[in-house]
Design a protein. Structure first.
Length: 346
């Protein structure tokens, strides 16, 4: 238990107040991003103390040296922890062991954070009894492919980062939040991150928190600026991993986390059945055409709406239309692979 969590009542008149924030960040080869990462932390308008704990998974691109330089230049107190396992869950747990904060906030070097990010996380934690709070992801690209991926992510037809009610400025209960700001009590009640999971450890952690009687609150005023993958291949590999590691979480807890997560698997499964069947069965041909037409229509509608919402030109629509099946096929194949691995006892 951290010293902060053990404070006596006379030392902390308001036990819900957040005076010290511990930032936990897993890192691997982020030399390109550490400067902007520490710049964002230094610019935070949170009035309390901040400590930064970075678990390095064996970077080979001078990330650690550049991190030390950036921390010294910005005046941010940072501690680098060695994470020989290399995986995110291991790194997060190393940070949790060392964290002293009233609030433990997970951040990622690859994302950007508005100046009010930590303050709004602290305010949401103070004003609610939630064990975990978080905000919404705003994907922002620079290249045409990044911008197309961002638009595809930011729609109900697309990425896993999209959430219902994300455009509303009202706090609400949520199954999960991106990254997350945790009360230390969350880890005492629900345990730390599952080190057997290489992906989806956040969703699984939130599920255990809720099962332990804790609340997870989404506050849409808290925003994370995320730079998406800059190639179709990169997006495919990312979503393949998301689908693959969703299966161990479902098996561990013996429940489907959301019906939406099964849609890509159902989609590629239906295509695998209908495409060969359509060669011989007229009805299968009709169903296949109807399904593909409905998919294309959905992609056109949601892709166009997302482009307009992001202020992007409609000439990016073909790129967005290519991103959607990249997401869905990769996620579905990843989940299929996950179930096959589970059937083989892996």
């Amino acid at each position: 238990m951290s010293p902060t969590a053990q404070r006596m009542p006379d030392e902390a008149p308001n036990p819900r107040a957040v005076a010290l924030i511990s930032i936990m960040t897993p890192m691997l080869n982020e030399a390109e991003h550490v400067e902007s990462f520490f710049g964002d932390i230094a610019a935070q308008d949170f009035s309390g103390e901040i400590e930064v704990l970075v678990a390095d998974g064996g970077s080979t691109d001078d990330s650690v040296a550049k991190l030390d330089q950036a921390a010294e230049r910005t005046g941010v107190a940072a501690t680098v922890l060695s994470n020989p396992a290399g995986w995110v869950s291991h790194g997060l747990n190393l940070c949790i062991e060392r964290a002293r904060g009233d609030l433990i906030v997970r951040l990622d070097c690859h994302s950007r954070y508005p100046t009010d990010y930590l303050r709004l996380c602290a305010r949401a934690a103070e004003e609610t009894d939630a064990l975990a709070v978080g905000g919404i992801v705003i994907p922002q690209g620079r290249t045409p492919i990044e911008r197309a991926v961002a638009c595809a992510m930011d729609s109900p037809f697309g990425g896993i980062g999209w959430m219902w009610g994300g455009n509303e400025e009202v706090r609400r209960e949520s199954d999960t939040v991106t990254y997350g700001a945790f009360r230390p009590e969350a880890f005492r009640r629900a345990g730390v991150f599952d080190e057997a999971l290489h992906r989806n450890q956040d969703d699984e952690m939130m599920l255990r928190i809720r099962r332990a009687g804790g609340r997870v609150i989404l506050d849409p005023t808290i925003k994370v600026l995320y730079t998406p993958r800059g190639s179709y291949r990169g997006a495919f590999r990312q979503y393949l991993q998301y689908g693959l590691w969703k299966v161990p979480v479902m098996l561990k807890h013996r429940q489907v986390l959301s019906a939406r997560s099964l849609a890509p698997l159902a989609f590629i499964g239906s295509l695998a059945i209908l495409v060969p069947a359509a060669v011989f069965i007229p009805v299968a041909r009709i169903v296949l055409v109807a399904e593909v037409a409905a998919y294309v229509a959905g992609a056109l509608v949601f892709g166009t709406r997302s482009l307009i919402a992001h202020g992007e030109p409609l000439r990016l629509l073909p790129y967005v239309l290519a991103v959607y099946p990249t997401f869905h096929i990769a996620y579905g194949l990843g989940m299929l692979r996950g179930w096959l691995r589970a059937a083989r006892g892996r």
